[in-house]
Design a protein around this ligand. Structure first.
Ligand code: ATP
Ligand code: MG
Length: 358
């Protein structure tokens, strides 16, 4: 059982406070991903959990135990980094066995444990090879094996896949996902890649400047981003943002912007009021329309295989719409678009208006 409880965790370097009052409960067996831009504090918080970075304030508990000031070896955690430092002169077997040999465990017991880990990671064919004779993905699997061998209570990963090419990254991310399902160890995983976060996380913790912007499941964060920052960070291609006004008419509320006039379904919002607003629509939620809600001009079309990404000029700005492959208007053509009411986001002062049911 290893729940992780962060209560009011803070970190300062000299006078500079990079993390303030960080509060998060991570459930036993949960896979939590810290996501955020460079410098948002992901590694700092992870390293404080690992014990590699001193905690300046607050309390950290792992499995009911206060570990705030315990050394890494007494926390029951294992960490895998971006730059996996394997021992270059040792073969795969010895690299994985190293931590157990140091504990003076009997050789037969070590062999059994290594065999088990090696099988789980599909490394049987490489036991005699040195790290230099392995691909990046194989080396990374050895690094994971080294972390797994001591059956930690908590697994910590810091951008473990970012040195790999796209295909390998994808393959290994699937392996990490399946591995977690099999061994069920509480895991905290740091990445700045939102698609990796979406694929792996039970819950995503989105960080910005050392603060939590939002915590939620991938679907919650994708469908109900609480702020414009979250909406912009999650989803690819990024959400379109269109400035305008909410206006009350005889026929209900409407959003009005340049080249843009669209009814709003009042029942979807807790509190709709007239005034300045930013409308957010994801490119994948755009649809062709018969009426003229959004009128723009196609200025670019990218063929993506089973869909087309259209760049559309609309009232002095460019927006993107991802449409099915069959819809491929010519550059220069006029186009009318809309989006389902329940896929619209209305940001007032960068905060998403509360949606009923969200
Ligand atoms: N040893 C240090 N001394 C001073 N400031 C530091 C130190 N380590 C990190 N910082 C600062 O703390 C902040 C958070 O850094 P951190 O490494 O946690 O970011 P990150 O989210 O992991 O970013 P990246 O995606 O680039 O790895 C940054 O502003 C960074 O400059
Ligand atoms: Mg980092």
């Amino acid at each position: 059982m290893a729940k992780i409880i962060c209560s009011g965790i803070a970190k300062s370097y000299g006078n500079v406070e990079v993390v303030r009052d960080f509060n998060l409960d991570i459930e036993d067996k949960e896979f939590v991903v810290f996501l955020g831009p460079s410098g948002s504090g992901k590694s700092t918080i992870l390293r404080m959990i690992a014990g590699l970075e001193e905690i300046s304030g607050g309390v950290l508990k792992i499995g009911e135990k206060d570990v705030t000031h315990l050394p890494p070896k007494d926390r029951g955690v294992a960490m895998v980094f971006q730059n996996y430092a394997l021992y270059p002169h040792m073969n795969v077997y010895d690299n994985i066995a190293f931590g157990l040999k140091r504990l003076k465990m009997p050789a037969a017991e070590i062999k059994q444990k290594v065999d088990n880990v090696v099988e789980m990671l599909g490394l049987q064919a490489f036991l005699k090879q040195k790290p230099s004779q392995l691909s990046g993905g194989q080396q990374q699997r050895v690094a994971i094996g080294r972390a797994m061998i001591k059956t930690p209570e908590v697994f910590l990963f810091d951008e473990p896949l970012s040195n790999l090419d796209a295909k390998l990254r994808h393959a290994l991310r699937k392996e990490i996902h399946q591995l977690h399902k099999r061994i069920d160890t509480t895991t905290v995983y740091v990445t700045h890649d939102q698609s990796e976060a979406m694929a792996l996380a039970d819950r995503i913790v989105l960080l910005e400047s050392g603060n939590i912007e939002q915590v939620g499941s991938p679907t919650e964060i994708f469908n109900y981003p609480r702020t414009r920052f979250v909406a912009d960070f999650i989803g690819s291609p990024s959400m379109n943002f269109i400035e305008g006004q909410i206006v009350k008419t005889d026929n209900g509320y409407r959003f009005k912007g340049a080249d843009f006039d669209m009814a709003l379904d009042e029942s979807l919002y807790d509190d709709l009021q007239q005034g300045a607003v930013t409308l957010g629509i994801r490119p994948v939620h755009m649809q062709l329309s018969d009426d003229d809600a959004i009128n723009g001009e196609v200025i670019d079309l990218e063929y993506l295989g089973n869909e087309n990404s259209l760049t559309i000029k609309l009232g002095g700005q460019e927006i993107v719409a991802v449409l099915p492959e069959g819809i491929s208007p010519k550059v220069g053509a006029k186009i009318s678009l809309t989006a389902p009411q329940d896929k619209l986001h209305l940001f007032v002062n960068d905060v998403n208006l509360y949606r009923v049911g969200a």
